[in-house]
Ligand binder design. Structure first.
Ligand code: FEO
Length: 399
């Protein structure tokens, strides 16, 4: 199994999970990697481990560059089990002198693994350890995206090991950003932010400001998933800056589910009206699109128009599930509106409006409800709604 020397004496020794397709509800159709890094200096240090199922792969790769028993330090940047599952076996094999983690990392390790005698050493933001010819500086990144998360920075190598931040679920034999298709890399980076980090956007703003204030000299960012950034660092930093501000592009999403095609016809009329106004629009049927793909599009859309037929005085289950998912991630700074067909009670539009109000979307219309099956005249209401949304999006975005 190949390892990669990403900097002099710093080796990628992680694992590639080609087959994973579901990551706690996030569709990972490109698989993923669990990145771990071995630094060979006077002290040998391993940064993070991998998912338990891939422990053998990690140990095999480590053995290609160093005797596992010669590792002195383990650094646990994040305790979520895709990076810590291998810890018990690794500790058994390595018998490290010290294991470094954040204060919340210590708690999380105790609560996950209940160890009796692991040599845990708590480090805080600004603490530094010496490996010999290089140092490691720690930066706690609480709630990005777990309480225990932290970054490790090696100034002598201008290397930031960034835990989940800047990662992507993207399994490849390549290790660097300039070795893969850039648009696919950015799609997977966008998807990762949209589905894992959106909720923490205010904290990301603070973190980006802090990193700027610290004036760190960085020429490589090594996340715990996917490709390592060396050629496109400004691109990913700019994207994180835009996403964390909730900056919307001139783009409208019409997201819907339909019972007997009436709501589908309404979705088509709205989509067509937006398009005729020269605004980019995407019609997304929840029956055929995974929620994590939908959220990827929501991240930089300026307007979200939701449609559902009324079923049993409520929403169609796929829309209810999507709203639950989107509410958890709380995307900010959106224009919102709703539509749907109904037979007699017709609560769906009211329920979608309430969910969007809770997410602080700017509701620009009471919504369009059509009884049973729309005709040419009633579809005109959808056209009016589409044109109104398009005009507002134009007003509030730059081309
Ligand atoms: Fe990749 Fe939060 O674990």
């Amino acid at each position: 199994m190949a390892t990669t020397e990403i900097k002099k004496d710093i080796h990628w020794v992680g694992a590639i999970d080609w087959n994973i397709r579901d990551f706690h509800g996030y569709s990972t159709y490109r698989g993923t990697t669990y990145n771990a890094f071995l630094v060979k200096d006077k002290k040998i240090a391993l940064f993070d481990t991998v998912k338990k199922s891939h422990t053998g792969e990690l140990l095999h790769r480590i053995a290609r560059v160093a005797d596992p028993a010669s590792i002195d330090y383990l650094i646990v940047n994040h305790v979520e089990m895709d990076h810590s599952g291998a810890l018990p076996e690794v500790i058994e094999r390595v018998k490290p002198e010290k294991i470094f983690c954040s204060p919340m990392g210590e708690k999380a390790i105790m609560e996950h693994f209940h160890p009796q005698d692991w040599p845990l050493h708590v480090v805080r933001s600004g603490d530094t350890i010496d490996l010999g010819s290089r140092r490691v500086q720690f930066l706690e990144t609480r709630m990005l995206h777990w309480p225990d998360s932290m970054f490790s920075y090696i100034p002598e190598n201008k290397l930031l090991i960034s835990s989940d931040a800047f990662g992507q679920h993207f399994a490849t034999s390549e290790r660097f950003d300039d070795q893969v298709d850039f648009s696919e890399l950015m799609r997977q980076t966008t998807k990762y932010y949209a589905n894992i980090l959106t909720l923490y956007s205010p904290l990301i703003r603070k973190l980006l400001a802090k990193v700027e204030e610290m004036n760190l000299d960085i020429d490589m960012i090594a996340p715990d998933h996917g490709l390592i950034w060396r050629s496109h660092i400004p691109d990913v930093l700019r994207a994180y800056d835009d996403w964390s501000r909730g900056k919307g592009r001139r783009k409208v999403l019409v997201i819907y589910d339909t019972m007997w095609e009436s709501t589908h016809k309404m979705a088509k009329a709205i989509t067509s009206a937006v398009s005729e106004e020269g605004v980019s629009v995407k019609m997304i049927n929840l029956a055929v699109t995974h929620r994590s793909e939908v959220m990827t599009d929501v991240l930089d859309a300026k307007a979200v128009v939701l449609g559902s037929s009324t079923l049993n005085n409520g929403l169609l289950p796929r829309m209810a599930g999507f709203l639950m998912y989107m509410r958890g991630l709380r995307p900010g700074n959106k224009i919102g509106a709703a539509f749907g067909s109904y037979g007699w009670s017709g609560e769906a539009v009211k329920l979608m409006n309430a969910a969007m109000e809770e997410m602080k979307f700017d509701l620009v219309d009471p919504g369009v409800r059509i009884k049973y099956v729309p005709n040419h005249d009633s579809l005109r209401e959808c056209t009016v709604l589409g044109k109104k949304i398009a005009a507002l999006v134009k007003e509030q975005t730059e081309e």
